[in-house]
Design a protein around this ligand. Structure first.
Ligand SMILES: [Cu+2]
Length: 167
């Protein structure tokens, strides 16, 4: 959510000032702007390390195609999500618990603006992408949190199989 992102940026800016103090060099510019945050369901993926592209379509019948996706732990997936309906739809990755909590917020603040690597918001006919690395095995979800859509079952599962052990 936006206010979390602002918090991180503010912290980064302050840290950058501290490092830069007295050196005269712009070392801060060589550091990553923002550390990749590890979540319960993985982390933002690197476009250079995409192992697979998976297409998802959302429709006004509140269903996704496909509704179930299988990946392997460690994989970086490029999700290409298309809104095939006439309504706004979005696709948010997460655990069931996080999606439930996020949905409650969406209902309270329908105009809440947010943009994170694990979500895409799509106007009718629009296509968007998200790149995500699944670092943890388990069962996760992708869902549309537009008010009413989540309740109607606009959700799919992502099963992340444990990584193969190296011989
Ligand atoms: Cu929707």
């Amino acid at each position: 959510m936006k206010w979390i992102a602002y918090g991180l940026l503010a912290t980064a800016a302050m840290t950058g000032t501290a490092w830069g103090h007295g050196s005269g060099n712009d070392n801060a510019g060589k550091k990553p702007a923002r550390a990749v945050e590890e979540t319960a369901f993985g982390r933002a993926g690197d476009a250079k390390r995409v192992s697979r592209t998976i297409h998802i379509e959302g429709r006004d019948n509140m269903r996704y195609t496909p509704s179930a996706i299988r990946v392997r732990q460690g994989e970086t997936i490029r999700f290409v999500v298309a809104n095939r309906g006439k309504l706004l739809h979005e696709t948010v990755l997460g655990t069931r618990r996080e999606l439930d909590a996020h949905y409650e917020l969406m209902k309270k603040f329908p105009d809440m603006e947010h943009d994170e690597p694990h979500m895409v918001h799509l106007k009718p006919g629009q296509t968007g992408e998200m790149i995500w690395q699944f670092t943890k095995a388990g069962e996760f979800y992708f869902a549309c949190l537009m008010p009413g859509h989540y309740d109607a079952g606009m959700m799919g599962t992502i099963i992340v199989a444990p990584a193969r052990r190296s011989p």
